[in-house]
Design a protein around this ligand. Structure first.
Ligand code: FAD
Length: 363
């Protein structure tokens, strides 16, 4: 059956639902699963573009990110929740979605080495779950300052997750291709109306252009373009770990790898370019001296809010309108936990985590 044949005939009659979700990226998909689990009727409307942030993302889960190896207070809880969530979907779909992998974390400079040493000396017990000894072939990987093996990491096959979500939504006529223009959304006491859809609430999960919207034009979006390359490196085909040193290298099997990424806050076009490709290849050189063959180059824009803040909740003036955005570069790890909190807020008024609640973070 063709995709458009499965789409509900939204031109014909008024369709009453609980939640209209705008955007089927990671944010909209995660929220849809949680609202469906709460027994609600949803419709997800998406523009179905080829190169969105979610479709291009590497999907990495890196528990200890950055040069200071910060371990956020709720990391255990978020990580366990995310993995449990993805594994549950894996069982439903029968396809591998989350690839649990160790990460060979190679220090970039002496500063990183001493930051890590100090973490272990002062907070060894907290970090115990997340590291082990590193063994690595120094002829194939650059290790001038040493490193460690980071545990509990991996990567989500985000396109496969999105496609499984879409197929599941289609089965209950809960998905449509289309563009929701906020100017066409009418509000009344019962909720919202968009075309022939009536819903109690509309939730905008629009990604990096989330403030090109009449309800949320005040949100401080700070999007960043990022590039990703797919490579053939047969010399490294026996490596199963993710390698990380500034950039990262993810083994996909049979000598194929994915590598990235960069952050460009100033960009003229949202597509891939020569400068991005060169930037990524330079990062790769810091990981391995082996020369790759580039087989694919993609780029997309990450939705980042302020420095990197998940932003969600109900509009301060319009209780029928909500927002879920700013997943940034940790969307795969943090997204499920935030979606569960937002769903509980929408379903039963449970308080949101204050650091993510847009009502407590208004400008
Ligand atoms: C190069 C790169 C690498 C990345 N690597 C990682 C990584 O390793 N790990 C990680 O966790 N994160 C990574 N990310 C970030 C991750 O992609 C994001 O956190 C996440 O995917 C954002 O999801 P989203 O749903 O908010 O936005 P999007 O993926 O942009 O989804 C928004 C969706 O809404 C649709 N839409 C927008 N407006 C409308 C409208 N008005 N009507 C209908 N549909 C609409 C769009 O078409 C799109 O499908 C990476 C991103 C990039 C660009």
């Amino acid at each position: 059956m063709l995709l458009h044949e499965c789409i509900p005939p939204i031109a014909a009659l008024v369709l009453k639902i609980d939640f209209l979700i705008v955007g089927q990226g990671l944010a909209g998909s995660l929220l849809a699963w949680h609202l469906l689990e709460g027994g609600k009727r949803v419709l997800v409307v998406d523009r179905d573009e080829p190169d969105t942030s979610s479709k291009v993302a590497a999907g990495l889960v890196t528990p200890l990110a950055g040069s200071r190896f910060n371990l956020p207070v709720s990391l255990d809880e978020r990580l366990d929740y995310a993995r449990g969530f993805y594994w549950k979907l894996e069982e439903l779909s029968g396809e591998p979605l989350f690839h649990h992998r160790r990460i060979a974390r190679l220090f970039q400079n002496p500063g990183e080495k001493s930051a890590w040493t100090s973490r272990l000396e002062n907070e060894g017990e907290r970090y115990a779950r997340y590291h082990g000894a590193l063994e690595i072939d120094q002829a194939r990987f650059r290790l001038p300052y040493g490193g460690f093996e980071m545990r509990e990491g991996g990567w989500l096959d985000v396109p496969a997750f999105l496609e499984f979500t879409r197929q599941t939504l289609l089965e209950s006529a809960s998905y449509a291709i289309g563009r929701v223009n906020s100017a066409d959304v009418a509000l009344d006491e019962a909720g919202i109306r968009w075309k022939n859809i009536k819903a109690s609430k509309i939730i905008f999960c629009e990604g990096w252009q989330g403030n090109q919207n009449r309800f949320f034009d005040w949100v401080p979006m700070n999007p960043a373009l990022g590039d990703i390359l797919e490579l053939d490196i047969p010399e490294l085909s026996d490596e199963s770990r993710i390698i990380s040193r500034g950039g990262w290298l993810i083994p996909l099997g049979e000598g194929r790898f994915r590598t990235g990424s960069n952050y460009r806050h100033q960009f003229e076009s949202a597509g891939p370019g020569e400068a991005g490709r060169n930037e990524i290849l330079k990062k790769l050189e810091a990981i391995t001296p082996v020369i790759p063959v580039v087989v694919r180059h993609r780029a997309a824009v990450r939705p980042i809010i302020r420095r990197s803040q998940v932003f969600m909740g109900i509009h301060p003036a319009h209780p029928q309108v909500a927002f879920f955005n700013g997943l940034g570069s940790k969307g795969v790890l943090n997204g499920p936990w935030h979606a569960s909190r937002l769903a509980a807020h929408l379903l039963s008024g449970k308080a949101l985590p204050p650091e993510a609640d847009l009502q407590t973070n208004l400008l």
